[in-house]
Design a protein around this ligand. Structure first.
Ligand SMILES: [Zn+2]
Length: 242
């Protein structure tokens, strides 16, 4: 689904068991600077990702880079396989890179999460590490579709990033925010390691002038986006104040 000039949302079914639940990858197609995929689904989803890329008119081989918003297994999942097929460069924030590369054990699922959802263990076992070719920092700027800025948004993980596309005022929020049928929400508290830091990160996002937000879990938000960001700050601060 094309949502701005050169920007496509690629909804990938999460699994056969969870029909109707999607992971929303983003493709940035820039004729001059090549195609960039934001996040890479769960392990063994290369086929579904390939089909979704095909609908946007490109093949896996046409990927020049993959940016991981963070280290979680539903974002890094098929990254290694996609890099093998495409030769794409992998980019991620320096604080999450060691986990993505397998030099450190992924922070999630935590032992408590595994206790509640033991089926995650099997998915974790299939997760392949990915070598990070370029480390990103807050404010890093990529020459994609008129300028794409890295916004450091830790909390969900220590090295979580969001991407702000300056020309289209589009925010790729990763898991810093979630959504439900156009209604913006804060990050999933169950899966967020440091909720206070995560709320500070939403404040950073609310400083931007945003027309459209893509949430990895929940898809596109385009109505009263700046207003919804302010509401989410209020709601999450209220729910998590001590
Ligand atoms: Zn996620």
């Amino acid at each position: 689904m094309r949502i701005a000039n050169g920007v496509y949302v690629l909804p990938i079914p999460r699994s056969l068991q969870e029909a109707g639940t999607f992971l929303n990858l983003t493709l940035i197609a820039d004729e001059e600077n090549g195609n960039t995929l934001i996040d890479a689904g769960l392990p063994d989803q290369t086929e579904a990702i390939s089909v979704a890329l095909g609908e946007a008119g490109i093949g896996v081989r046409d990927l020049r880079r993959i940016i991981f918003t963070h280290q979680d297994l539903d974002h890094v999942g098929s990254g290694a396989a996609l890099v093998r097929q495409s030769g794409a460069q992998a980019l991620a924030h320096s604080a999450d890179a060691p986990y993505i590369e397998g030099r450190l054990r992924p922070l999630k699922p935590t032992p408590e999460m595994l206790e509640q959802r033991p089926q995650m263990r099997e998915v974790l076992e299939r997760l392949e590490p990915v070598n990070v070719d370029e480390q990103l920092e807050n404010g890093s700027r990529l020459e994609l579709v008129g300028g794409t800025r890295v916004i450091f948004t830790p909390g969900h993980t220590p090295g979580h990033i969001s991407l702000y596309l300056e020309r289209s005022k589009l925010l790729i929020a990763g898991d810093a925010l979630t959504a439900e049928r156009g209604h913006l929400n804060g990050p999933n508290p169950w899966a967020t390691l440091d909720m206070h830091t995560a709320i500070e990160s939403i404040r950073r996002l609310a400083d931007l002038d945003v027309d459209t937000i893509i949430c990895y879990h929940g898809g596109v938000v385009s109505e009263d986006t700046n207003g919804q960001l302010q509401r989410v700050i209020k709601e999450t601060s209220r729910n998590h104040s001590e």
